[in-house]
Design a protein. Structure first.
Length: 387
């Protein structure tokens, strides 16, 4: 009987990795004349690859203490659907991608049923909530990490961990030309483009985009702006983004696009909310400034608990301040303008950042000829056969 593989991702970046993983698993199984069924939590991309979505990832994409509390009843209901699916199907293996608030609880349920658990993309336990390492030690069989410094952290705590490389570092170089990208998105190829990446969650966009647009208003009006819309946003949420732009972006040329990576590749510089998009910007070599804002309560708690010197992942990887971080009270339009204006012209600030981003790309590259997703797929199938 073909095995059942449980794969779960709750956010845009994890959902992208999940789709790639399902595709890689199917390819490997087909090559050996085998098959499997896939169930779990995911979005449209994972569903398109063949995952039976028990829960939609877009229904779970909230972040921050106060934000999670406000959605607790709905989150609990969706979580129970996942638990019931696990109990009904008893998967041969489970791959949980990031999203620790839900996935640590699922890991405990899976462990009780004797299902081996692979955790792919580490929660940032090295930054805060280090006490949760006990959950990893107890309920996670393999921790597969995408940043090199995470492997030694977990191994130092007795967890079987492996740095598999970053999935985004395996992506092929952009092939779409500037002129083609301009034509497809109604942009002027002769003008300078700025990327606007306020985040992938509705709450992030609501909290970040108005300030970003105020900064754009203060920059040169000869610029054009590219705003990627995250795949997990519903049409209603996309329309909400458009309404913010209509209300706050008067006089600006702002184009909505679906491909964030192409937008970063062709933009001269970008304003990027802290998260996976900062890694994407580093990998394509796009100079940028990092912004982020959470509720005052969430920030007050995080400020007391977070024990790392930087917020932006690229700065943590480099172990120094490569990109400027405008967090909470520093996240002001005038500060964004000051930083972007430094990065637009050729000169030492721009050149220095691009050199540092190139070093980060090397650190995130796959440690072998095998890409990150292929390595995760291999470990997943090895786990099925071992258990």
């Amino acid at each position: 009987m073909p095995p059942t593989i449980f794969i779960s991702a709750g956010e845009a970046s994890g959902e992208q990795y999940g789709a790639l993983l399902v595709a890689a698993l199917k390819e490997r199984l087909a090559a050996s004349g085998e098959s499997a069924s896939f169930i779990g939590m995911g979005g449209s991309r994972m569903a398109a690859e063949g995952l039976q979505c028990v829960v939609r990832a877009e229904d779970m994409a909230v972040m921050g203490l106060t934000e999670v509390v406000a959605h607790l009843p709905r989150i609990y209901g969706e979580y129970q659907k996942l638990v019931q699916a696990i109990r009904k199907h008893t998967p041969s293996v489970a791959v949980l991608i990031d999203f620790p608030e839900i996935h640590f609880r699922l890991a405990r349920e899976l462990h009780r049923l004797g299902v081996p658990v692979i955790f792919f993309v580490s929660p940032q336990l090295w930054a805060w909530k280090k006490h949760r390492i006990k959950l990893v030690q107890k309920y996670v069989d393999r921790m597969l990490v995408i940043f090199p410094f995470e492997e030694s952290f977990y191994r130092g705590h007795g967890v079987e961990a492996e740095f598999v490389g970053h999935p985004l570092a395996d992506q092929p170089a952009q092939s779409i030309s500037r002129r083609q990208f301009a034509g497809e998105n109604d942009l002027d190829p002769a003008k300078t483009w700025i990327g606007l990446l306020p985040g992938s969650r509705p709450r992030e966009i609501r909290d970040h985009l108005p300030t970003i647009l105020r900064a754009a208003q203060a920059l040169s009006h000869s610029l054009e702006y590219i705003l990627p819309l995250a795949p997990l946003l519903s049409e209603r949420q996309r329309n909400a983004v458009r309404r913010i732009v209509e209300k706050r972006g008067e006089g600006l040329t702002i184009r909505f696009v679906d491909d964030a990576r192409a937008a970063l590749f062709h933009a001269r510089a970008s304003i990027v909310a802290s998260g996976t998009a900062t890694v994407e910007a580093a990998l394509v070599g796009n100079p940028f400034v990092v912004v982020y804002r959470v509720s005052p309560l969430t920030y007050a708690i995080a400020e007391r608990m977070v024990k790392v010197p930087h917020v932006a992942m690229v700065n943590l990887i480099a172990d120094k301040r490569v990109v400027t971080e405008l967090i909470q009270s520093d996240f002001k339009a005038e500060n964004i303008v000051q930083e972007i204006e430094r990065l637009l012209p050729d000169g030492p600030p721009r050149q220095s950042m691009m050199q540092e981003l190139a070093k980060i790309r090397l650190l995130l590259a796959k440690p072998s000829q095998e890409g990150a997703i292929d390595r995760v797929a291999e470990i997943t199938l090895e786990t099925i056969r071992f258990y």
